[in-house]
Design a protein around this ligand. Structure first.
Ligand code: ADP
Ligand code: MG
Length: 327
């Protein structure tokens, strides 16, 4: 495979953002930052065998997810993603058409958000395929949706439904059998093609103050990060946790609570804000038909994260209790 030939094939044939001066093709990219905006940057790597398996995901799905997880981090800062860069280390076991599919998967998302591929690096490796994606976003300079922003009495909210992604992975790994093809595909798709919550992140950015995290490591873990960073406690109600009808059909599986509380990769947003701002946010989400749910409260009366069960029993949620949690 010729590296220059490959780069010419992955080069997008259009640029969305007018601030781009130089994209792929020179020593580095050049863009003019928007006036009165802060730049928001993050990077994440996905390693074959660790973050994905060639046997379970198509190259296109792998590409999609490698960009999606980064866009999700930008969304959790209340920002708009606009640029991305891709460094890829390729072993000889991958064919060119598969690599081009990886970039197609990213392009699918990039078109959704009008993001431009500004550059990257292409190297060969003797080991596993590794994709490192950098995303650059922009946000109004007064917006900082920090984990440390929670205050006593805040409402705790979460977007969309949680637990689907882990259930989808369990289905993919044949740990769970589902008869209904539609339900099965729904859960698998939630695992393979998570939708980063940029739109609702932008609504949250408009609030006077909010703490915000995206759910990559599981609800309990993200709540712990907010509670710890804010030096406060959080209590959530089991009965309020938003779960899809597809996941509810698996309620006889012992693992369903683990998926909801500790299963990661839903890439929904979880955060806290004042009661007044919550009313404002809920209304804005309702208008845009975005699902957002109040699940609990921030408190100064304890540290850590507590869960009130449906039977009113209150239990402590460990940061990552996946293996210790039983119904
Ligand atoms: P240099 O040798 O100057 O570092 P390269 O030959 O590595 O440049 O890259 C040439 C151009 O192709 C650069 O604009 C670079 O950003 C881009 N590029 C290389 N690999 C990738 C990739 N995997 N994804 C996107 N752009 C890439
Ligand atoms: Mg050069």
């Amino acid at each position: 495979m010729d590296e220059f030939d490959f780069i010419s094939k992955i080069k997008p044939n259009r640029i969305f953002q007018e601030n781009v001066k130089v994209a792929i093709g020179d020593d580095a990219a050049v863009y003019e930052p928007s006036v009165h905006k802060n730049q928001v940057v993050c990077v994440d790597s996905m390693v074959e065998g660790v973050h994905f398996l060639k046997t379970l995901s198509s190259p296109r799905e792998i590409g999609y997810k490698s960009l999606a997880v980064n866009i999700s981090d930008i969304a959790a800062m209340g920002a708009n993603p606009i640029y991305y860069l891709v460094s890829i280390a390729i072993p000889s076991s991958w064919e060119e058409h598969e690599l081009l599919e990886i970039f197609k998967g990213m392009q699918e998302l990039a078109e959704m958000y009008q993001m431009d591929l500004l550059g990257g690096d292409t190297v060969s490796t003797a080991d596993k395929l590794t994709i490192t994606v950098t995303v650059i976003g922009e946000v109004e300079p007064n917006v900082l949706t920090l984990r440390s922003n929670a205050r006593d009495g805040d409402i705790v909210f979460v977007t969309g439904n949680i637990g689907d992604s882990s259930a989808g992975l369990a289905v993919l790994l044949d740990q769970v059998a589902i008869e209904d093809k539609k339900n099965k595909n729904y859960l698998i798709n939630r695992h393979k093609k998570p939708i980063p919550q940029v739109k609702v992140g932008r609504l949250i950015a408009k609030l006077e103050r909010a703490s915000l995290n995206d759910i990559s490591d599981g609800l309990a873990s993200e709540l712990h990060e907010i509670a710890d960073a804010s030096q406060l406690g959080i209590e959530i109600n089991e009965i309020d946790l938003p779960v899809s009808s597809e996941l509810l059909l698996l309620k006889n599986f012992n693992d369903i609570n683990k998926w909801i509380l500790f299963g990661g990769e839903d890439f929904e947003l979880v955060g806290t804000t004042s009661i007044e701002s919550w009313t404002e946010l809920k209304q804005a989400c309702d208008e845009q038909m975005i699902k957002i749910t109040k699940i609990g409260l921030v408190t100064c009366s304890h540290s850590g994260v507590l869960l009130k069960r449906e039977n009113q029993e209150v239990i402590k949620l460990e940061k990552s209790g996946y293996n210790h949690f039983n119904r």
